[in-house]
Design a protein around this ligand. Structure first.
Ligand code: XUL
Ligand code: CO
Length: 441
């Protein structure tokens, strides 16, 4: 960081002041130093800032241009501007107290006229990032490549009908893997971007899926070759930009990875707004991934159920996040993953202070959710109820069903001779919802 120049001169480091604080520039629930089970809250939650939204987002939408103008964006040399922007980024990461950041290759360095020039730009900014990481202690949660903005990718990258575009995308990801390794990235994300289609009139679905699998196998092979040991993550999204995205949700992602022999190499990066776009809840997606040991990381945000697109809002819904944290904790946590704020300011939230308010709300709500989820799990009331609900599978013929020791004929005999009609039991949903509220209010 340029030693003397401050990009957020009016705002100092954000401190923890406790639940009674009325200071909007302080944490009320997130005390990064608080130790729980031998680890600090900072280590448990592994918050990360998404560079694309917080430092490249300008508030533009299909109806109008950007509204957000940052002072560090002034200047004519794109590389110097990119460096100043990154200085501002690391000042923000430090002041908000985020231990991690995430980026796409093209977020941090401008694309050149050729791939070689783009790579040179990237090298310059990666060197800058490396120095900033060293100076601040902020680490890279994950890297990724932008394979969706440039017009060459309008019909997809790995699923493009033109092998030339596939090759270009491969070259771009090769470099993105190298820079993620160079910066010590703990994971590498594949979001399908434009890997999908609009109409079968011009699409060979089978060949496109085969090509996507070939691409991911190449990534696995190259990571091995260069010694990148980070976790590969698939980020499912059902639609937007294309109508049919191949990584629709976690369940279809698991099927895809297993079909092509890739499941050993990948886990999932689950984004809240993508889950709801798929018609699922956020905890549902977490549970589906956790059930097969493939929960990797979280893109923390929220959608708006009244709008049909990816609004990427900051999430301050304590109930939704508490349920998500219960599922995450029950799964044993996120490992090398983290909670990445893939969220953007609303278009009229134009002040630098808004970037702080947004992340303070996000950090605080997740910290509160984490603590509430721990209480819920420690009390064990829901766990007990669920265990009891399935207890008929713990012994006798139920256990034999789970162990696949009985078949239809055995069970028919059992019902006809001894069991007869099952006695219905309440699912107690309303009682359990009331119980949940006792933890929230
Ligand atoms: C798009 C999205 C991406 C990925 C990374 O909806 O979530 O920003 O997280 O490419
Ligand atoms: Co995302």
């Amino acid at each position: 960081m340029a030693k003397n120049k401050q990009h957020f001169p009016k705002i100092g480091p954000i401190g923890y002041e406790g639940p009674a604080s009325g200071n909007p520039l302080a944490f009320r629930h997130y005390n990064p130093e608080e130790r729980i089970d031998g680890r600090t809250l900072r280590e448990h939650l592994r918050f990360s800032i998404a560079y694309w939204h917080s430092f490249r987002g300008v508030g533009s939408d299909p109806f109008g241009p950007g509204t957000i103008r940052r002072e560090w964006e002034r200047g004519t040399d794109p590389i110097s501007v990119a460096k100043a922007r990154m200085d501002a980024g690391f000042e923000f990461f430090t002041k908000i107290g985020a231990p991690f950041w995430c980026f796409h290759d093209r977020d941090i360095a401008p694309e050149g006229r050729t791939l070689a020039e783009s790579n040179r730009h990237l090298d310059a900014l990666v060197a800058h990032a490396k120095a900033l990481q060293k100076a601040t202690g902020v680490k890279l949660l994950w890297g990724t490549a932008n394979l969706f903005s440039n017009p060459r990718y309008m019909c997809g990258a790995a699923t493009n009908p033109d092998a030339h575009v596939f090759a270009y995308a491969a070259a771009q990801v090769k470099k993105a893997l190298e820079v993620t390794l160079e910066l010590g990235g703990e994971n590498y994300v594949f979001w399908g971007g434009r890997e999908g289609y609009e109409t079968l009139l011009n699409t060979n679905l089978k060949r496109e899926q085969d090509h996507l699998a070939a691409f991911l196998h190449m990534a696995v092979a190259y990571a091995k070759e260069i010694g990148f040991k980070g976790q590969f993550l698939i980020e499912p999204k059902p639609k937007e930009p294309t109508k049919h995205q191949y990584d629709f949700d976690v369940a279809s992602g698991i099927a895809f990875l297993r079909t092509y022999g890739l499941d050993r190499h990948f886990k999932f990066n689950i984004e809240t707004n993508h889950a709801t776009l798929a018609g699922h809840t956020f905890p549902h997606e977490i549970e589906v991934a956790a059930a097969v040991g493939m929960l990797g990381s979280i893109d923390a945000n929220a959608g708006d159920l009244l709008l049909g697109w990816d609004t990427d809002q900051f999430n301050t819904d304590a109930k939704e996040l508490t349920l998500a944290m219960v599922s995450i904790l029950r799964a044993g946590g996120l490992g090398s993953g983290g909670l990445n704020f893939d969220a953007k300011l609303r278009r009229p939230s134009i002040d630098p202070a808004d970037l702080f308010y947004a992340h303070i709300g996000g950090f605080d709500t997740y910290a509160l959710a984490f603590k509430t989820a721990r209480r819920i799990l420690a009390d064990g009331k829901f766990t007990e109820f669920v265990a009891e609900r399935y207890s008929s599978y713990d012994a006798g013929f139920g256990k034999d069903i789970e162990r696949r020791k009985v078949g239809f004929k055995d069970l028919e005999r059992l019902v006809l001779k001894t069991l007869g009609e099952p006695v219905p039991r309440s699912g107690r949903q309303e009682k359990l919802e009331n119980l949940l509220n006792t933890y929230l209010h």
